[in-house]
Design a protein around this ligand. Structure first.
Ligand code: G3H
Length: 249
């Protein structure tokens, strides 16, 4: 049985005061679904969030990390630094990292390796741009993103990989992929994994959808058989909205 996961990516939002208030609001929510719940605050608030959520089942996740263990990489954070503050899951490959910080598939492969070497779980993001979809090239783009960053791994490594399909045209735009578009792509991703690693691996990997998921559309998207949850941006900044999504299963 695949894990259902709802992860909130807070991106570069919430200073310490806002983080405290959101953490306190999150602790007041009631969960009625079985989904694993995650939140990804900024680096500066990770330890605070970890301490605040210690008594809950909410997993604290990092939004990025460097591939090196330590060294002269000003401004960067390593896997072992994340682990030292209780963080054992990291988002890698988000389209905003790819677009604004020039993260390539090759770099991401190194980051994935570093995370797995440190026994961390990876939420690996990928997805096509609008021009790719308009030219009906979305499957090729997605397949290459997965292949280039992950297909050097062995099958066992996929125990610690969660995939997050995020069509770039649906991120923060209010435009969501239709539940059918999400299902079609998730089924294609699972088939791509099955072709390389076999059905057992493909059927065990959780594939999340991300891109303008809101309380109003979450249930329909999550009802699709190959959609195992969501990576939520904007709507995760409000505890009630976020838990409406968590409970949409
Ligand atoms: O990481 C989350 C995604 O980029 C989705 O963001 P959004 O829900 O604001 O569209």
């Amino acid at each position: 049985m695949r894990k259902q996961i709802v992860a909130g990516n807070w991106k570069m939002n919430n200073d310490l005061v806002h983080t405290e208030s959101l953490l306190s609001d999150l602790k007041k929510q009631t969960q009625t679904s079985n989904a694993e719940v995650m939140v990804a605050p900024t680096f500066t608030n990770l330890y605070h969030a970890f301490e605040a959520l210690r008594t809950t089942n909410v997993v604290v996740v990092a939004q990025n990390m460097h591939f090196a263990e330590n060294g002269a990489y000003t401004g960067e954070i390593s896997a072992s630094m994340l682990k030292s503050v209780g963080v054992e899951t990291v988002i890698l490959g988000h389209s905003e990292r790819r677009e604004y910080f020039n993260e390539t598939d090759e770099l991401l492969a190194k980051k994935v390796d570093a995370a797995l070497t440190n026994d961390m779980r990876v939420i690996f993001c990928f997805g096509e741009e609008l021009t790719d979809r308009k030219s009906r090239n979305e499957e090729t783009i997605v397949k290459n993103q997965i292949k280039n960053a992950l297909f050097h791994l062995n099958a066992v490594a996929f125990k610690n990989i969660v995939l997050a399909y995020e069509p770039v045209w649906a991120i923060g735009t209010g435009e969501t992929a239709s539940p059918e578009q999400a299902q079609d792509m998730h089924a294609f991703i699972r088939k791509t994994l099955a072709n390389k690693y076999g059905n057992e691996v493909a059927d065990s990997v959780s594939i999340l959808y991300g891109g303008s998921v809101k309380p109003a559309n979450a249930q329909e998207i999550f009802s699709k058989p190959d959609v195992d949850g969501g990576l939520i941006g904007g709507a995760s900044l409000n505890a009630e909205d976020f838990y409406a999504i968590v409970n949409a299963f």
